[in-house]
Design a protein around this ligand. Structure first.
Ligand SMILES: [Zn+2]
Length: 371
């Protein structure tokens, strides 16, 4: 069924959202998030010819408007954030998470965050206008920003705003978050809604920031069953992840039947990330992306975490190559990780933990969808 449908979506109609203006901004050096990763991924994409072809293009964003950002964020929070972006610290801002180690106050932060948000909005607009089948903003994915609170290197929740834009246009949106951290801000935005389903795979909140995203967080009111959380044990490796992903996401996406699929492609679940304890290779991300493409829906993709810079940018280039339907598979080989072979005792521990998680998530969520 999906194969026939996929012939109707030409994923080579792909837009990379970027502009040199995004490269002008730097988080303070004390902050592990490197905002230059998007530009670095773009360079690899260009150099490898992954941008070639008549239908692949680069589109420059404009900053998100205040109105657009207010579809999720509180107005007062945006005022204080704009002041922080001029370097002004305030006690009120501190109460909103600003001026912390994770979300420092720095000159330019508001301009950067609103431009990164505008880039995700541009991706949504291209998809709505039918001008692209896939649109990727590697400068996006700031999924921890709350309605009126900055958190985890995130000030403006570009991807929640982009999903809101799609939903306001009447689209059913499936949001899939494979960052190592729980997509808490996006969950918050849609917790009581059934037109946007959020699915987050992340390292167990008992062992990693932000400490949420458990199996029993499934939405409220009309939204019950439309928030899905899959906490992963430390050491989760490719085969175990893929088993959980296939068992949970594929039936739900099929049943939900979205108009658009939004993906947060944080690359901090890769082995070697200095902030997390998952052990994936980017072959898992490729599996996830190809599985999502099989549903033959337009894809809005954003970046996210990823603190091993080289691994992150290489994997975003791979993600772009896969999403924009490059047929010459051997070109992409240069970007793929070597599959890893975890030790038997690790496999046994992870498998036992994950088996239990899969059963819990299915029991909590599937009955709401007749599965
Ligand atoms: Zn993350």
């Amino acid at each position: 069924m999906n194969r026939i449908a996929s012939e109707k979506v030409d994923f080579a109609r792909a837009a990379l959202i970027h502009s040199p203006d995004l490269d002008k901004y730097h988080y303070p050096p004390s902050c592990p998030l490197d905002s230059q990763r998007a530009g670095k991924a773009r360079r690899i994409i260009k150099e490898m010819g992954l941008q070639d072809g008549p239908q692949r293009r680069e589109v420059a964003p404009l900053p998100a408007t205040r109105d657009a950002m207010e579809t999720f964020h509180d107005g007062r929070y945006l005022d204080i954030l704009a002041q922080a972006g001029r370097g002004r610290w305030s006690a009120e801002g501190q109460g909103m998470g600003l001026g912390t180690e994770d979300c420092p106050v720095w000159v330019g932060l508001y301009d950067y965050a609103s431009l990164a948000c505008g880039a995700s909005l541009k991706a949504a607009e291209l998809i709505l206008a039918g001008e692209a089948s896939v649109a990727f903003n590697p400068s996006g994915g700031y999924h921890h920003a709350h309605r009126s609170e900055a958190a985890g290197f995130c000030y403006i929740n570009d991807v929640a705003v982009a999903c809101m834009h799609l939903a306001r246009a009447g689209k059913r949106v499936l949001y899939l978050d494979v960052d190592a951290h729980h997509g808490d801000g996006v969950q918050e935005a849609f917790y009581d809604r059934k037109d946007v389903m959020t699915i987050s795979f992340h390292q167990d909140g008992r062992t990693l920031f932000p400490g949420t995203g458990f199996e029993d967080e499934i939405g409220i009111g009309e939204g019950v069953g439309y928030t899905v959380n899959v906490p992963l044990p430390m050491g989760t490796y490719d085969q175990a992840y893929i088993k959980a992903f296939d068992a949970i996401s594929l039936p739900l996406i099929g049943k939900f039947d979205p108009d658009v699929i939004a993906m947060e492609l944080g690359m901090d679940a890769l082995a070697g990330d200095p902030l997390t304890q998952l052990e994936l290779t980017n072959n898992t991300h490729e599996h996830v992306i190809r599985s999502v493409m099989a549903f033959a829906k337009p894809i809005l993709a954003v970046g996210g975490g990823g603190y091993h810079v080289e691994n992150t940018v290489r994997s975003w280039a791979l993600a772009w190559g896969v999403m924009s339907n490059h047929r010459e598979d051997s070109t992409l080989d240069r970007l793929r990780d070597i599959p890893a072979a975890p030790q038997a005792n690790l496999r046994a521990r992870v498998n036992a933990d994950l088996h239990e998680t899969i059963e819990k998530v299915q029991a909590n969520v599937f009955p709401h969808h007749g599965l």
